[in-house]
Ligand binder design. Structure first.
Ligand SMILES: NC(=O)C1=CN([C@@H]2O[C@H](COP(=O)(O)OP(=O)(O)OC[C@H]3O[C@@H](n4cnc5c(N)ncnc54)[C@H](O)[C@@H]3O)[C@@H](O)[C@H]2O)C=CC1
Ligand SMILES: O=C(O)[C@@H]1CCC=N1
Length: 266
C-alpha cells in the first residue's frame, strides 16, 4: 500500500487497526503516523510498533496521505474544529454515529469515507462496512477498502445503514465475549476447569461462525443438524427459548443502533 496513513486518536480501536495493519505487512510501521492527545499513549505506541508519533494534528494532516479519525464521538468538535485538510487527502472516519454531513461541517468539501470497523481487526478477522461521500473517487474508495481488507472482511453499504452495522458488528464482539464467558461459566458450573471451559467455548463459537460463512447454509439448518431427537441440544435450546435469548439479542442490536443515532447529535 502506498503513502502514509495517519491516525488522529489511537485508543482501543485505533490500536486494533494499527496492529492488524502492521501484522498484515501491507504497511510498514514507519509509514504509520499517529497523533493522540495523551503523550504517554503516543510514546507507548511508538515503542510497541515503531511507528511515527506526531507533535500535533496539523503535522499529522500535513504528512499523512490518508487520515483515519479514531477519536470518540464526544471529542469530534475539539479534534476537528478549525482543522484544514487538503482536497488531495483521503479522510476515513471510524467514529460511531457521526455522519458524513456532520464531518463535512468541520472539514468542508474533502473526500471522506465513513467506516464501521470492529476490534477483531487486531487478529485479521475484522468486519468493516463503509460508505463514501461524493468527493471520494473510485481509486480512493479502493484504497480505503484495501486498508480494511488487509485486516478482515469489507462491505460497502448506504450510509443510512451504518448505525445498524454499529449495533451489530461494531458492538457485536462484546456480545460474543459475553456469550463465550457465559458458556465457560456453564462448563465450570458442571465441573470443567476454567482454561478447559474457555477453550471449548471460544473454539465452539469460532467453529460455528466458520460453518455459517463457509457453507452458506441458513443457521437454522445448521442448528437442526446439531439437534438430535430427544437429545441433549434440544434440552439446552428449550431453556434458551424460555429465557428469551433471541429477543434479548435483537433488542441489544436495537439499543446499540439507537445509541449510535443519538451519538451523532452529541
Ligand atoms: N472500540 C470499538 O470496538 C469500536 C470503536 N469505534 C469508534 O472508534 C472510535 C474510538 O473508539 P475507541 O478506540 O474504543 O476509544 P478510545 O477512548 O479507546 O480512543 C480514543 C482515543 O482518542 C484520543 N483523543 C481524544 N481526544 C483527542 C483529540 N482531540 N486529539 C487526538 N486524540 C484524541 C484519546 O486519548 C484516545 O486514545 C470511537 O469513535 C468509536 O465510536 C468504532 C467501531 C468499533
Ligand atoms: O461502544 C462504542 O461506542 C464503540 C462503537 C462500536 C463499538 N464500540
Amino acid at each position: 500500500m502506498e503513502g502514509n496513513i495517519g491516525f488522529l486518536g489511537a485508543g482501543a480501536m485505533g490500536e486494533a487497526l494499527i496492529r492488524g495493519l502492521v501484522q498484515s505487512r501491507q504497511v510498514p510501521p514507519e509509514r504509520i503516523l499517529v497523533y493522540d492527545i495523551r503523550r504517554e499513549r503516543l510514546q507507548e505506541l511508538e515503542q510497541t510498533y515503531g511507528l511515527q508519533a506526531m507533535t500535533g494534528r496539523e503535522e499529522l494532516v500535513r504528512k499523512a496521505d490518508i487520515i483515519i479519525l479514531a477519536v470518540k464521538p464526544q471529542n469530534v468538535k475539539e479534534a476537528l474544529g478549525g482543522l484544514q485538510v487538503g482536497k488531495e487527502k483521503l479522510v476515513i472516519s471510524i467514529i460511531a454515529g457521526v455522519t458524513l454531513a456532520r464531518l463535512a461541517s468541520y472539514l468542508g468539501e474533502v473526500p471522506v469515507v465513513r467506516v464501521v470497523p470492529n476490534t477483531p481487526a487486531l487478529v485479521g478477522e475484522g468486519m468493516t462496512a463503509l460508505a463514501a461521500n461524493k468527493f471520494v473517487r473510485p481509486e480512493a474508495l479502493e484504497k480505503a477498502m484495501a486498508i480494511f481488507c488487509s485486516v478482515g472482511r469489507v462491505m460497502v453499504l448506504p450510509e443510512e445503514q451504518l448505525n445498524a452495522v454499529t449495533g451489530l458488528s461494531g458492538s457485536g464482539p462484546a456480545y460474543i465475549y459475553m456469550l463465550i464467558e457465559a458458556l465457560a461459566d456453564g462448563g465450570v458450573r458442571q465441573g470443567l476447569t476454567r482454561p478447559v471451559a474457555l477453550e471449548l467455548a471460544a473454539q465452539t463459537v469460532l467453529g460455528a461462525a466458520r460453518m455459517v460463512l463457509a457453507t452458506g447454509e441458513h443457521p437454522g439448518v445448521l442448528k437442526d443438524k446439531v439437534t438430535s431427537p430427544a437429545g441433549t441440544t434440544i434440552a439446552g435450546l428449550a431453556v434458551l427459548e424460555d429465557r428469551g435469548m433471541r429477543g434479548a439479542i435483537i433488542r441489544a442490536v436495537e439499543a446499540a443502533t439507537l445509541r449510535a443515532e443519538s451519538l451523532s447529535k452529541e
